[in-house]
Design a binder for this molecule. Structure first.
Ligand SMILES: Cc1ncc(COP(=O)(O)O)c(C=O)c1O
Length: 477
C-alpha cells in the first residue's frame, strides 16, 4: 500500500467491512446461548496458528473471516450460560451495545477535553454505583480493568495514608527509611491483593492472616489481639466481602467496628460480594461498608458488563491524587477544573468503560440489577438442592451467595483418592467442553466451585451440569 493512497484505501475498506459487520455481530450474539463453553479441539485448532509477520497483509475482510473462524473453534464462550469458571458475568444488551459503541467512537476518557461525554458518563456511572452499594456520595472513584487494579488503587491510597501517618510522602521519597506496613486480614484474602502488596513494596509475605478453620474464616479474637499489638501504629486491614471458594464473607461489620478502634485504613475487597448489597436477601453480609476507607468492586462479574471493568472507591480524593500524580507541562493534572481520571488512577490512556456501566444502570436501574443478582442467588440454591439430592455429589458448604462448593464422592474412598479423582474429573469436564468450571481447595479437599453470575444461566443449565459431572465421574472412576 503506497503512502499517498493509504487513507483512501482504508476508508474504502472500512465502508465495505462495516456493511457486513452488523449481520455478523448479530449472528454471534444470537448464538451466545448455544455456542459451546470451551471447544474441545481448541488446542488442535491453534496448533499452527502462529506464523511470521506477513509482509503484505491479506486485507480486513479475510482477516476478520479468519478471526471469527478461530474464535468459533477455539474461543471460550465466557459470556454464555454455561460458564461457571472463576467469577465471570455475562453482558446485558445495553452494556454490550454501549461497549461496542465505546470502541466505535474510540472514546478516550483520560481527561475531560478528549471525551467530555466519556468522562461525564464515568462520573455519573460511579455516582450511581455508590448509590447502588450505599457508599457515601462524597467518596472518590475511578474505573480500571478489574478488581485486581481496583485493589491496586485502594491499596496504593492506603499506603499513601500510612506513609503520611508516619510523616512521609512515600510516593515522593519511596519506602526506604520507613518500617513495613502492617497488614491484617483473614484467610479469605484474594491472590490479587497479595500481588498488589508485592508490587507496592509492602510484601506478599508481610500479611498477617487470622484464621480459625480450613475455610480460612476469620479468628476474630486473634484479629483483635493483632490490632491491640499494633500499639497505635498505623496499619492496613483488609476485609474480604465474598471469597472465591464458597462465596463466604468475613464478618464485615464486626471487623470494621474493631479496626475503627485502632489507627487503621480499612479496605473492603468486594469484587463480587459487594453485590450482596443489592438484594434484601443478602444485604446484611456487607452491612457497614460505608465505614471503610476504600472499597473494590468488579463490573465484569455481577454487574454483567463486558470485560474489562472494575471500580475503586476511596474516601479521600487527595490520597488517590497524591499516589497516582501524573503531571507534565502538556498534561492536565489532578487539580484541573474538569475531571482527569488519568491523574487519580494507574492508567493514563484508558478505554471508555463508563459507557457500558452507565448504559446498563440507565437501562435497567436498581431493580433490574437486583433481579439479576436474585436470579443468580436462586440458581445457586437450585443447584445446591440438586447436589443434595444427587447420589455421589457432596455439598461442601451451604451456599450463601452465588458460589457452590461441591465434590464427587461415591463413598468408600480415602481423602487422597477423592482429591485425585476430583482433580481428574475437573480436567475431564474442561476437556468435554460443555461447561467451563474450575476446581480449588478448601483445606485439604479438592472441590468444584461453580460461580453463577450471568443472567443467561437457566435452571436446566445447572441441572445438565450436575448430570455431566456425574456421567464423566462414572466414566473415569
Ligand atoms: C475477591 C476478589 N478480588 C479480586 C479479584 C480479581 O478480579 P479481576 O480478575 O477482575 O482483576 C477477584 C476475582 O475473582 C475476586 O474474586
Amino acid at each position: 500500500m503506497g503512502q499517498s493512497d493509504v487513507g483512501q484505501k482504508l476508508r474504502d475498506e472500512m465502508e465495505l467491512l462495516i456493511g457486513q459487520l452488523g449481520d455478523r455481530l448479530a449472528d454471534i450474539i444470537r448464538r451466545t446461548d448455544d455456542r459451546i463453553a470451551l471447544p474441545p479441539d481448541a488446542a488442535t485448532v491453534l496448533k499452527n496458528f502462529h506464523q511470521p509477520l506477513p509482509t503484505d497483509g491479506c486485507g480486513a475482510a479475510r482477516t476478520i473471516d479468519r478471526l471469527i473462524e478461530i474464535n468459533e473453534t477455539a474461543g471460550g464462550n465466557t459470556s454464555g450460560p454455561k460458564c461457571f469458571h472463576f467469577v465471570i458475568g455475562g453482558t446485558t444488551p445495553a452494556a454490550l451495545a454501549a461497549d461496542i459503541l465505546a470502541t466505535a467512537y474510540d472514546a478516550v476518557p483520560y481527561t475531560w477535553v478528549l471525551s467530555p461525554a466519556g468522562v461525564e458518563m464515568e462520573v455519573q456511572a460511579l455516582a450511581w454505583l455508590k448509590e447502588l452499594f450505599e457508599l457515601p456520595s462524597e467518596w472518590s472513584g475511578v474505573m480500571v480493568t478489574g478488581a485486581t487494579m481496583a485493589n491496586f488503587v485502594c491499596l496504593a491510597s492506603a499506603r499513601q495514608w500510612w506513609g503520611e501517618q508516619l510523616g512521609v510522602d512515600v510516593s515522593e521519597t519511596g519506602l526506604s527509611g520507613v518500617p513495613q506496613m502492617p497488614v491484617l486480614t483473614s484467610g479469605f484474602v484474594h491472590a490479587s491483593t497479595l500481588k498488589c502488596l508485592a508490587v507496592q513494596g509492602v510484601g506478599r509475605g508481610n500479611v498477617q492472616r487470622f484464621v480459625r478453620d480450613d475455610f480460612g474464616r476469620l479468628d476474630i479474637d486473634a484479629f483483635e489481639q493483632g490490632l491491640i499489638a499494633l500499639n497505635g501504629d498505623p496499619a492496613l486491614v483488609i476485609v474480604n466481602a465474598g471469597e472465591v471458594n464458597a462465596g463466604e464473607f468475613d464478618p464485615v461489620s464486626e471487623m470494621i467496628d474493631l479496626a475503627r478502634q485502632h489507627n487503621c485504613w480499612i479496605h473492603v475487597d468486594g469484587a463480587f460480594g459487594l453485590f450482596a448489597k443489592v438484594s434484601p436477601r443478602t444485604a446484611h453480609f456487607v452491612e457497614g461498608i460505608e465505614r471503610a476507607d476504600s472499597v473494590t468492586v468488579d463490573g465484569h462479574k455481577w454487574l454483567n458488563v463486558p470485560y474489562d471493568s472494575g471500580y475503586a472507591f476511596v474516601r479521600d480524593y487527595g490520597l488517590m491524587a497524591r499516589a497516582f500524580r501524573y503531571s507534565a507541562d502538556y498534561l492536565p493534572d489532578e487539580n484541573s477544573e474538569r475531571p482527569t481520571f488519568g491523574a487519580i488512577g494507574p492508567e493514563s490512556s484508558r478505554r471508555a468503560r463508563g459507557f457500558a456501566v452507565w448504559a446498563t444502570l440507565m437501562a435497567y436501574g436498581r431493580d433490574g440489577q437486583r433481579r439479576i443478582v436474585e436470579h443468580c442467588l436462586d440458581i445457586a440454591q437450585h443447584f445446591a438442592n440438586r447436589i443434595r439430592r444427587s447420589d455421589g455429589l457432596e455439598l461442601m458448604n451451604d451456599p450463601q451467595l452465588n458460589v457452590v462448593a461441591f465434590r464427587y464422592n461415591p463413598g468408600g474412598l480415602s481423602d487422597q483418592a477423592l482429591n485425585e479423582l476430583n482433580q481428574r474429573l475437573g480436567e475431564a469436564v474442561l476437556n468435554d467442553g460443555r461447561f467451563l468450571v474450575g476446581t480449588s481447595r478448601i483445606g485439604a479437599n479438592t472441590i468444584f466451585r461453580p460461580a453463577f453470575s450471568n443472567w443467561r444461566t437457566r435452571q436446566e443449565d445447572v441441572d445438565e451440569f450436575a448430570d455431566v459431572v456425574l456421567d464423566l465421574a462414572r466414566k473415569i472412576a
